[in-house]
Design a protein around this ligand. Structure first.
Ligand SMILES: Nc1ncnc2c1ncn2[C@@H]1O[C@H](COP(=O)(O)OS(=O)(=O)O)[C@@H](OP(=O)(O)O)[C@H]1O
Length: 246
C-alpha cells in the first residue's frame, strides 16, 4: 500500500529497517540477550540485505524490490532458489528450524547459568553475607536438611540464617509436617550440664502476630537459648506431657 501511495517513503523505510537490523543484532549481546556469536554470524546476511535495500533505494525498480523482499526472508529465498520439491523444502525448513532451536538452547543455557540466585546465603557470624550465585547447591542442601526441633545455642551457637519468606515458609511446612510426638526426637534444652529443663520464658502470640520475629531477635543474644521451631506445646502437643516438652 505504502509503495503505491508513498513510494519514496517506502524506499526510505526499507533502507532504515535494513540498517536497523545491524544495530539491533549488535545491541542484543550488549543487553545480555545473547552472545557475540549472533551479531558476527548475522553480520554478513544483514550487510547483504542492507546492500539490497540501498539498491532498491537508488534504483526503485521492480527487480530490486523483489530481490530485497526475497532476502528479507532468507529461508524462503533459499527454498525458492535451490529447492523445487515440496518434500525437500519441508526437510530443509525442518533442518533450519532445528539449527535455530539448538542455537537458542545453547544461548539460553549460557544465559541461565549467569542468573544470580534469589535468596541470600547464611554465613557464620563475622563473615560477609553474599548472594547465592555459585552456592546454590549448598543452599538447597541447607533448605532440604531436616532442621533440629531444638537448638542448644550455648554449646553450638550459630546466628540464625537470613531467609526469604519463601524459603522460611518451606522450612515451616517441613517442620510442621515432621513434628511428631516422640520424646526421643526432642533434644534437650540443655544448660550445658546435660539436664533437661523447662523453658524460663514462653512467647505467646496469635498467628501472624510477629512471634517468629521476636524469637529470632531474642536468639541473637548469646546468653539466650531458644527453640529452633515453635513447639506448639500448649495447643498441639499438650497431651504428650512435660517429658516431651523438656
Ligand atoms: N516488627 C514487626 N512489625 C510488623 N510486622 C511484623 C514485625 N515482625 C514481624 N512482622 C510480621 O508478622 C508476620 C509473621 O508473624 P508470625 O511470626 O507470628 O507468623 S506465624 O504465625 O508464625 O506464621 C509477618 O507478616 P506477613 O509478612 O504478612 O506474613 C511479618 O512480616
Amino acid at each position: 500500500m505504502m509503495s503505491v501511495t508513498h513510494p519514496a517513503m517506502c524506499k526510505r523505510v526499507a533502507l532504515r529497517h535494513s540498517l536497523g537490523l545491524i544495530a539491533l543484532s549488535t545491541l542484543a549481546p550488549v543487553l545480555d540477550v545473547t552472545t557475540w556469536t549472533f551479531p558476527i554470524i548475522s553480520l554478513s546476511i544483514n550487510l547483504y540485505i542492507s546492500y539490497l535495500a540501498a539498491r532498491f533505494y537508488y534504483k526503485g525498480d521492480r527487480n530490486s524490490a523483489r530481490r530485497l523482499m526475497e532476502y528479507y526472508s532468507p529461508v524462503f529465498h533459499s527454498l525458492h532458489a535451490f529447492w523445487s520439491s515440496p518434500v525437500k523444502k519441508k526437510l530443509l525448513l525442518l533442518g533450519i528450524m532445528f539449527v535455530v532451536w539448538v542455537y537458542m538452547l545453547y544461548s539460553c543455557v549460557g544465559y541461565c547459568s549467569t542468573v544470580p540466585g534469589l535468596v541470600m546465603v547464611h554465613t557464620p557470624r563475622g563473615k560477609e553475607t553474599a548472594p547465592a550465585t555459585g552456592r546454590r547447591s549448598d543452599l538447597v542442601s541447607r533448605l532440604l536438611a531436616k532442621p533440629q526441633p531444638w537448638e542448644d545455642v550455648e554449646s553450638d551457637y550459630e546466628e540464625p540464617p537470613i531467609r526469604t519468606a519463601a524459603s522460611r515458609d518451606l522450612l515451616d511446612a517441613d517442620r510442621d509436617r515432621d513434628r511428631v510426638p516422640d520424646p526421643s526426637a526432642m533434644s534437650s534444652f540443655s544448660n550445658g550440664s546435660g539436664s533437661k529443663k523447662l523453658p524460663q520464658a514462653i512467647i505467646i502470640g496469635v498467628k501472624k502476630g510477629g512471634t517468629r520475629a521476636l524469637l529470632e531477635f531474642l536468639r541473637v543474644h548469646p546468653d539466650i537459648r531458644a527453640v529452633g521451631a515453635e513447639p506448639h506445646f500448649f495447643d498441639r502437643n499438650y497431651e504428650n506431657g512435660l517429658e516431651w516438652y523438656r
